[in-house]
Design a protein. Sequence first.
Length: 299
Amino acid sequence: MRLTDDDDPQQREMTAATRIASLLDGIDAEIDTLAADLTSLYRERIPVYALVARDDIERNTRAVLDIVVRQVRSDSPRINESELAMLARRWSAQQIPLEFVAHSIQVGARRLATVIRARAAERGFSSAVIDDLQDIMWHWATSYAAVINSVLQENAVSTAARRSTFMRRLIERAHPSLSLPAVLAENGIDADRTYHVAVADAEDPDFTSEVLARLRVRCGLAGAPVFDAVVDACVVALLPTVPADLEVSALVAVGPPTPPSDIGASYRQARRTLEIAQRFGRRGVLSPADLGTSTSRRR
């Protein structure tokens, strides 16, 4: 009898969940092998996983499978989001990129669904029933991935706030001079290099993510990436270099090169340049010298 004969979607899903639970008898003995197989698969197909200790990946994979199996056996379509969110935060602390975790959960769910399908076929379940069971497994997998993405967004907000605080303190010279080199190194900034401070209006519709990406690619150097953050409604970026042919569609004001210990001076000149350029409707990459002169950067 096909599960979808019942017109109540929730009741139908719960009935299917009960069927899945019956297919997991004795699965615990296979979980370790399944976790090991998935770990090998992740390390083979997802390059960044090769940089993470195998034991950590296998332990986390086993934890996810345990959550999924418990969910299946609960005979309920409800997702336990808090447990997975807590696990995701632990992964993040281990420097495991959560974007790949979301993908690995779906891969793991597919592998577990394969096991369930095989057992369902052995018991003579109809193909329609098996399809319904797989639909529920996929629903759970995508729900778990959504939890991971939620934690990812949470991390992004937290990271943006930390970067903003760091940049503001750097501009205001609020970092103790003795600890400054270590703080700069933690953020990928070379204390012995000079940087141009670039400033753009964060609310400028022309200052898109593509413009920011262009600055990061064109103005970064090997071993010296661009560092950017939002401060006082402005995108503030430390640029190791500013190519003469750099062109963007938005207004980006650039101060003179200065060591990180004194970027406040470059920042203030860039802010002043931005304010004047906005008044005159200018666009492009502008330095203080560009105001009132004709250069290739003027638009």
